[in-house]
Design a protein around this ligand. Sequence first.
Ligand code: XMP
Length: 508
Amino acid sequence: MQKVLILDFGSQYTQLIARRVRELGVYSEILPCNVDIKKIQDYSASAIILSGGPSSVFEEGAPTLDKKIFELGVPILGICYGLQLTSHLLGGKVVSSQHREYGRAVLKVLVNDTLFDGVPKQTNVWMSHGDRVEKIPEGFVKLAETSSIPFGAIKHTDSNIYGVQFHPEVHHSDFGKKILGNFIFNVSGIKADWDMANFIKMETQRLKDTVKGGVICGVSGGVDSTVCAVLLKNALGDDKVFPVFVNNGLLRKNEAEYVKSLFDSMGYKLYYYDESELFLKNLKGVDDPEKKRKIIGHTFIDVFYKASKSFSAEYLAQGTLYPDVIESVSFKGPSATIKTHHNVGGLPDKLNLKLVEPFRELFKDEVREVGRQLGVPEEFIMRHPFPGPGLAVRVLGDLTKERLDVLRDVDDIFISMLFKHDLYSKIWQAFSVLLPVKSVGVMGDNRTYENVVALRAVTSVDGMTADWYHFPHNFLAEVSNRIINEVKGVNRVCYDISSKPPATIEWE
Ligand code: XMP
């Protein structure tokens, strides 16, 4: 399999580059820019892409590269900071600019070059940079410019080293995908061979070769863990794979029944543990979000420990995805933890289980495709993401069964209304939050003093950034009416109109 290596200089778009390359049917992986040149050589990439990044090449401590990379004979495309660094290292001149250029620009293509095959002579591209290249290194030629920068794209005359100042990976670059495709297929001569049928075949073989004992799969009701269990069942057989579904008391309404019936319909046995009392007991009186996550994580581990004894399993499978893995290795150094998400770091020794993560290299849309190909029903595949700590991070304040039940009823109405109005599939994630405040209302002739809920619905591509969904007002009116009339204990409904950033998707 041919591979494209992406070296990350800390750009917010690095993952997007990897996704675009994979959409073109070519496997790609991200490594931090400061990996050793030996590792880069050993990786045997068929092409290398240098990502953008927030630094200035002449800043102290700015990320750099071993110049030997340009002598490997592997085609290289530098994007934004990648272009600037290439120019800087090879003897060109980069200057800092008074103002950042951010947004759309018109790229004028000046030279007929393979990189721009099938791209109009003038095309919209997306820019996001402060510095710019003022003089290109010897041996390079200019391919394109914009009205504000002299070097929109450059290439080396004798080797396949390219650089572009704009971001071809971003949707707003009209022919961005075409340009990336030209670099991969025409410049680098790579053949497209990455697809999910291929992945399933290879991963199945790998699992058969390496996993020799029983495997417990933690199934949460989410797409990733479910597809993971199905892949393992297919690969290793029913008697070796034990999908364990723990009811932690933090699930949505009827969720346990739904997941059980899904596994039933696919003919797979599901091992169900109702541990809701244990979780709620451990969470009693805790309202700090990070503490909640930690307690839930530890309780899960205790429950799995108990379960692993009854199965004599040697492995634990998790549906960890590539974005979680990248997050933990990306070139930002030890960046601040905004929220503790998945356990990418490994497992506590106590468990004495080896970790199996078949989707460590996949993006969510790729996992959905794997699920489809393995026969998981479409309705399930297209479910919105649901956080591991469940409703614990959506009930703010006192975490009691009564308050969880209120939220479950509210959320059930909200989500069913989305289906009724054919809105569910237009939204990336929708849910309700129970706030830790009460508000005064009036019902009939009586004053009420009840709970406030917030509804949240966002559009997003990968959960990294998100915008709130613009519902028609009459939809919001209908949902609010139903919630206040049907759910006892709620007298006010708000709609969350915050985007991410600066807000996050979940409230905690
Ligand atoms: P935030 O709130 O960080 O959420 O904008 C981004 C996406 O991640 C989900 N999320 C989590 N998933 N464990 C998970 O498995 C968590 O602790 C967690 N926190 C947030 C969130 O639902 C959204 O899809």
